[in-house]
Write a protein that binds this ligand. Structure first.
Ligand code: FMN
Length: 204
């Protein structure tokens, strides 16, 4: 039997990301959970931001922002950026975070984050509580630690944080499968098992 819940935004898990905005000289960070991918080609994402947030006007005016993924060791900084406003505090300074110049936008990257996604706003959809900034992804930076010699990305080792109904969890759990694993051929299963063994050996 299931309990009926009042309709609410109970989708889980969600990414909890730090969004940087502004410029290298005058920047801000806010935490965002209402985000996702909305198109593949061109790659597009969105963030939904309440108009009262200090970052809202910065993003609306500049038309740019950077999504910075959050590993467990940045969880506290991420939480802080979601409970304090840039009107009262410089969050880069307060959390010891480093601004790094981006390639295609003026907003800074957060150097300590393993993945920075540069975004340019294409459209704003006004909703009752939030404004949804729909944006094209114009550049992505990935810490070389997580890129192997063949150029494959290892997001599984990043120890990223998920947000689930008010709580933070780390995504460092065992891999359950991969895209399409439910229908993979025995040959593919064998090859992947061999690759995994090699990776394990290399990490030793
Ligand atoms: C885990 C978490 C997720 C959040 N997600 C959102 C969100 O999706 N949209 C939003 O407008 N605010 C969200 N917030 C709240 C803002 O990050 C928070 O109000 C922040 O202090 C705004 O900063 P600013 O005034 O400097 O822009 C979230 C906060 C936390 C802690």
């Amino acid at each position: 039997m299931k309990v009926r819940s009042t309709p609410g935004p109970l989708l889980a898990p969600l990414p909890a990301v730090m969004v940087s905005c502004g410029s290298m000289e005058e920047s801000n960070i806010l935490t965002i959970a209402w985000t996702g991918i909305i198109n593949s080609n061109p790659p597009m994402t969105y963030i939904s931001v309440q108009p009262k947030r200090c970052s809202h006007d910065i993003i609306e005016q500049s038309g740019e922002f950077v999504i910075n993924l959050v590993p467990a060791d940045l969880a506290k900084a991420m939480d802080f950026c979601g409970v304090r406003s840039g009107r009262d505090v410089d969050k880069f300074e307060a959390q010891g975070l480093t601004r790094e110049a981006a390639d295609t936008v003026l907003a800074p990257l957060i150097a300590e984050s393993p993945v920075n996604i540069e975004c340019r706003v294409k459209d704003i959809i006004r909703m009752p509580s939030h404004d949804m900034f729909m944006a094209e992804i114009t550049a992505v930076h990935i810490d070389e630690k997580y890129v192997d010699e063949k150029g494959a990305y290892d997001f599984g080792s990043m120890d990223l944080v998920a947000f689930s109904h008010g709580k933070y969890y780390r995504l460092s759990a065992e891999e359950l499968g991969f895209f399409g694993f439910s229908v993979m051929k025995p040959k593919t299963a064998k090859r992947r098992a061999a690759q995994k063994r090699q990776q394990k050996e290399r990490k030793k």
